[in-house]
Design a binder for this molecule. Structure first.
Ligand code: SF4
Length: 252
């Protein structure tokens, strides 16, 4: 079972200023750099993933190695896929432990925000790594809980599919389906012709983690429209183009 540990992550000072909403003219870049240095020293970034195979589909489900995933969007996104990759990624517990000790709520917010950016950056890195290793040009990803269509309850079959994630990288699922350490992310990467981002189907506002604008045209009365990059057939109607975050990564 492939484990990637450690995963070095970096974000540009400009990106740090942006996510922390600092004022560059008032010394924001220096402040962002100091905060990043403090946070990055506490990252223990690692990932665990599994190459898995789709066995069957219905209109709203995908069965992967005996586990049934209930999501219309996932089903449509993986319509043409056979091989997909289940993964869990974490930055560990050190940063959240350190942040929780701070009485300064703003400081705590800054550290937590940078941790979220580090998770995003690390997810991009492992996506690129898996794509290169598997010879797939482009992978997109979805995470349980990121859309109404694929709720957090889907963590159960995902962790079941992955196996003993706790032994591999020290991430476990609580009874309420939260991951411990809290700064962790899980999901499925799948081959795609264009980059898919859940944010385009999610109307939550405000969301500091948003990576693409909500596209109301992408939804119909019954939820997300079916995706068809060719623009034809039953899945036509959902554009899958998204803007990439302005992140700078060190080589894996
Ligand atoms: S907008 Fe925010 S909550 Fe919605 S999918 Fe994107 S990151 Fe998740």
């Amino acid at each position: 079972m492939p484990v990637i540990n450690p995963i070095p992550v970096e974000i540009s000072p400009a990106e740090a200023v942006r996510v922390l909403r600092l004022d560059r003219r008032a010394g924001g870049e220096d402040q962002a750099r100091k905060l990043w240095t403090e946070a990055a020293a506490l990252f223990r970034t690692r990932a665990f993933f599994r190459e898995t195979f789709i066995e069957s589909r219905t209109a709203d489900t995908v069965t992967i190695e005996g586990r049934v995933f209930r999501s219309r969007v996932l089903r449509v996104n993986t319509d043409r896929a056979f091989k997909v990759f289940a993964y869990v990624l974490t930055i560990g517990a050190d940063l959240e432990t350190h942040a929780a000790r701070s009485d300064d709520l703003l400081h705590r917010y800054y550290l937590e925000t940078l941790a979220d950016s580090a998770l995003d950056a690390a997810a991009e890195k492992i996506r690129g790594h898996i794509g290169r290793e598997s010879g797939l040009d482009r992978l997109s990803g979805m995470s349980p809980g990121s859309l109404e269509d694929w709720p957090i309850t889907e963590q159960t079959p995902l962790f079941d599919l992955l196996g003993d994630v706790d032994s591999e990288i020290g991430v476990r699922l609580t009874d309420s389906l939260l991951m411990i350490p809290r700064k962790s992310v899980s999901g499925i990467f799948f081959p795609s012709e264009e980059t898919f981002l859940s944010c385009r189907l999610c109307s939550r506002q405000p969301c500091p983690g948003r990576k693409a604008a909500f596209d109301p045209e992408s939804r119909d009365d019954t939820g997300p429209k079916r995706i068809d990059p060719t623009g034809e057939g039953e899945n036509a109607g959902l554009p899958a183009v998204a803007k990439k975050a302005d992140l700078v990564y060190k080589a894996l």
